[in-house]
Design a protein around this ligand. Structure first.
Ligand code: ARG
Length: 468
């Protein structure tokens, strides 16, 4: 049996816990990151206890000062976390009592670590989401700038990664702008669920002390307080909402990464990465590898895994707090960290990549990308679309045999296939015209793209709700 038996929760337990149990139980190796939230939350709690005359003003002040001192010392590197402490909450409370004596023992009045950890985690999550949102807004800006320079850059649009219809690079990259825009809105929704203050829920059944919960919420910048104490201490929906929203961000980044990887291949050469965002090979001197994009794609798996971990961890838990819930932290922290570093590498990589407009246009001139427009030409002259589709299908077959493009087909051949073909067919299948004519809202024409950009810009400019 271990010698150390002075646990704050020793309570009814006669013997001490085994060393192995202490190691297994301890979460300070990862929950130390909550130190600032824990201290700020405790300061708000102590002020409330003082205001409600649950503790004396003198005790309140000495607790607040003691906690402020601890915060400063941690930040300055003058106080190290004790790796043998059970968790960050115990560590700080013990340190406080060491420093100020008896008053420190009053801090935990009417509070449990169950509502305390829920509070800390909500505060931490709010702060992290605000930081990620700031990064996403930066990314949106970079995407808009890139789009601005390529409103007229024709590139092939794909389905099944087969050349389909012409679009512009602006239109293509703005599709990611839309995804990021939704990611930003999703984070706003997550913040709403997170912005609820749980102190006062106690261990599970509230408290008999006359707490002013709203006072604590106001001090800590929370919108409202939790409505049910059992739910308040055991609700981790906001953690899963966050990790889901982060998984979506990673999925979007991963799709863009996949495109970047394909685009910078020898076969495509649609873009050239800046050397600062590429790596070489230790054996093949000619290599320039898109490691950043590959790592983003690879790390997406971790984010999904974290979501799975949390959903599974929660699924069988009876009300209210269960120790299983200590497992929420590493998954959440890992997803936050992953998204932040992925964004910090990805944003400048996209910003600095060179878009090779000539290569894109060249690729768009192949693969009969204007075949739909060719069929539409006949349809607009009264031929039913299915019939026109059949005619152009035959024409494409002939072109493949002769290894020529639709632009290279002589007018006589067109007319031999359908009498309605005239000289203006060449204008109708001209790539720029094909794009310009797709002037429908949401389409790739320069005009439609500029409208799209304006809308995204508005979000960028009005938004900054929940920003730092
Ligand atoms: N370290 C714990 C956690 O992260 C704090 C809550 C502990 N509560 C308890 N009753 N043991 O969940």
């Amino acid at each position: 049996m271990p010698a150390n038996s002075n646990k704050m929760w020793q309570g009814r337990l006669g013997g001490s816990s085994a060393d192995e149990v202490d190691v297994f139980n301890s979460s300070i190796s990862f929950d130390y990151v909550l130190y600032e939230e824990d201290i700020t939350g405790s300061i708000a709690h102590a002020r409330m206890l003082g205001k409600q005359q649950i503790i004396s003003k003198e005790d309140e002040h000495s607790i607040v000062e003691g906690l402020q001192g601890i915060l400063m010392d941690i930040k300055n590197g003058d106080l190290e976390f004790d790796p043998t402490a059970e968790d960050i909450h115990m560590f700080i409370e013990a340190e406080l009592t060491d420093r100020i004596g008896n008053a420190g023992k009053k801090l935990h009045t009417g509070r449990s670590r169950n509502d305390q950890v829920a509070l800390d985690l909500r505060m931490y999550t709010k702060k992290q989401i605000a930081e990620i949102k700031t990064q996403l807004l930066q990314f949106e800006k970079v995407i808009l700038d890139k789009a601005q320079s390529h409103i007229h850059t024709i590139m092939p649009g794909y389905t099944h990664l087969q050349i389909a219809q012409p679009v512009t690079f602006a239109h293509h990259i703005l599709a990611y702008g839309q995804m990021i825009s939704r990611d930003i809105k999703r984070l706003d929704e997550v913040i709403e669920h997170t912005d609820v203050m749980p102190l006062g829920n106690g261990a599970l059944a509230g408290t008999t002390y006359p707490f002013d919960r709203q006072f604590v919420a106001d001090q800590l910048g929370f919108e409202k307080v939790t409505a049910n104490s059992l739910d308040g201490v055991s609700d981790r929906d906001f953690v899963m909402d966050t990790v889901y929203a982060l998984s979506m961000i990673m999925m979007h980044l991963s799709r863009l990464s996949e495109e970047v990887i394909v685009w910078c291949s020898q076969e495509f050469q649609f873009i050239e990465l800046n050397d600062a965002f590429a790596t070489g090979s230790s054996i093949m001197p000619q290599k320039k590898n898109p490691d950043v994009a590959e790592l983003v794609r690879g790390k997406t798996g971790r984010a999904y895994g974290n979501l799975q971990t949390l959903l599974t961890m929660m699924k069988g838990l009876p009300l209210a707090y269960n120790k299983d819930m200590q497992e929420d932290k590493e998954a959440l922290f890992d997803s936050i960290h992953t998204v932040k570093i992925a964004l910090s590498a990805m944003i400048p990589m996209i910003d600095t990549m060179e878009v090779k407009a000539d290569r894109m246009r060249d690729a768009a001139s192949k693969g009969f990308i204007n075949a739909t427009d060719c069929a539409d030409y006949l349809t607009k002259k009264g031929v039913p679309f299915r019939e026109a589709y059949g005619v152009i299908g035959l024409l494409v077959q002939t072109c493949i045999k002769k290894a020529i493009t639709l632009e290279e087909v002589p007018l006589e051949t067109y007319q031999s296939l359908h009498y309605l073909f005239e000289e203006d067919i060449y204008e109708a299948i001209d790539l720029d015209n094909c794009v310009n004519k797709r002037n429908i809202e949401g389409g790739p024409s320069p005009k439609a793209v500029m409208q799209q950009m304006e809308q995204l810009n508005t979000q960028l400019n009005i938004d900054p709700k929940h920003l730092l």
